[in-house]
Design a protein around this ligand. Structure first.
Ligand code: PXP
Length: 397
């Protein structure tokens, strides 16, 4: 392999994607007419970076990127012995993460900038030589970055709001009668501006019933998203009623609500089979996953069209610091999923305080929100509760 990515940090902790960074590095070498050259990129923590920074530059503390051109070692060697190596780049992921936070950009993007910067150094660009050289290098970096990233720098549309009406049915089931009706509630949500209706037909039928899904299929004017497990009975219902899309979720009998994302790797066979059946019927499949690079890569592998990123840990965070860490993971994951060609939704636990920040992420198409809106509807009415949530989304723009 011409480009060797070496992770001396826990890749999972930072939600870093090997595939995405490989792809971007390959594109970079192509653009620089260096395809096939050997390049090692080593990702490390601040402590290791500080050691290299001191040993090779006599400077204390970590830095973001260091480059070691192979040309320095090959000087004086005849061309046949000089080899194909471009050199080594060291990147401190901790410093990159700090810089990403300050610049309000994603970690993958910041690391891409550092890879570009480091590679240009390997090719002899040097911003420390003169202000003119600095300008030449900066311009080249910007040019390369625009070509490498497929990400829109500014979003053009707000994410859609899809309302989950399960808890209207929860209230109905508490009495075992016909009111309140989630089908009627769905109509009110649509009139208030929701762009989609979501229901989870659980195997235990604790809230939404088969009749609800059937009627919703006939009455929903926007988009009906059926949340479901990969259970044979529910798969057959979905194939029969043909929702506009399905979202695969894990399901446990004893849980109060969906507790975590689906483990795509551990359930690969079942998920693949379900996606195959849905594809034949023309029903797009989303998979509800934790913001985790390996789950995103697995979702791509099994052929999902969408992923829905689990926002629960971000919403439940008890401190601002914790919330910030969880937010960064969602941001990273959304970017990774989008860049990998998946469409991206998000949801779970979002409320009137936590939604705006997620809605501002440029990669997310739709937010699936239930409990907070139905709770607020008890006090202010469903129409207003939906409109207030839409305001939270618009505020993100
Ligand atoms: N997304 C998924 C996959 C869910 O399972 C749920 C809960 O049913 C939601 C979104 C909505 O979560 P909440 O009701 O907390 O807004």
């Amino acid at each position: 392999m011409a480009i060797n990515l070496i992770f001396l940090i826990d890749r999972q902790r930072f939600c870093l994607s090997n595939i995405l960074l490989q792809d971007r590095s390959n594109r970079l070498l192509d653009l620089l007419d260096q395809a096939g050259r050997q390049l090692s990129i080593v990702f490390m923590d601040d402590q290791s970076m500080a050691e290299y920074n001191f040993t090779y530059r006599g400077k204390k503390g970590p830095t973001n990127v260091l480059s070691f051109p192979a040309a320095d070692l090959q000087a004086g060697l005849p061309p046949e012995l000089a080899g194909n190596e471009l050199g080594d780049i060291l990147i401190s992921v901790e410093t990159a993460l700090c810089e990403a936070g300050k610049n309000n950009t994603s970690l993958h993007r910041r690391i891409t900038e550092l890879i570009i910067h480091g590679t240009l150094h390997l090719l002899g660009y040097d911003h420390e030589q003169s202000s003119r050289q600095a300008m030449v290098m900066w311009e080249k970096e910007q040019q390369l970055l625009t070509k490498i990233l497929r990400i829109p720098s500014r979003r053009t549309t707000m994410p859609h709001l899809a309302i989950n009406v399960d808890h209207v049915a929860t209230i109905r089931q508490a009495r075992g009668i016909t009111e309140p009706d989630p089908v009627l509630a769905a109509g009110i949500c649509e009139l208030a501006g929701a762009k989609g209706i979501v229901v989870h037909l659980r195997e235990d039928r604790r809230h939404i019933q088969d009749r609800d899904v059937l009627l919703l299929r006939r009455t929903v004017k926007t988009k009906l998203n059926l949340e479901m497990a990969t259970a044979k009975e529910i798969i057959n219902i979905a194939l029969d009623i043909k929702p506009d899309m399905i979202t695969l979720v894990p399901e446990k009998r004893k849980e109060l609500t969906t507790e975590g994302g689906l483990d795509v790797i551990g359930n690969e066979k079942k998920i693949k089979n379900t996606i195959k059946k849905m594809s034949k019927a023309g029903i797009p499949v989303s998979i509800f996953i934790d913001p985790d690079a390996t789950q995103i890569e697995a979702a791509l592998e099994v052929g999902a069209t969408f992923v829905e990123l689990h926002t629960g840990r971000y919403c439940d965070a008890e401190t601002e610091k914790e919330r910030d860490i969880e937010f960064r993971l969602i941001e990273q994951s959304a970017e990774l999923a989008f860049e990998s060609g998946l469409r991206v939704n998000a949801g779970h636990g979002l409320d009137y305080r936590t939604t705006t920040r997620i809605a501002a992420l440029p990669f997310i198409e739709e937010l699936s929100i239930g409990h907070a809106v139905i709770t607020r509807a008890v006090y202010v009415g469903l129409d207003q509760a939906v409109r207030e949530m839409l305001d939270c989304i618009v505020m993100a723009g």
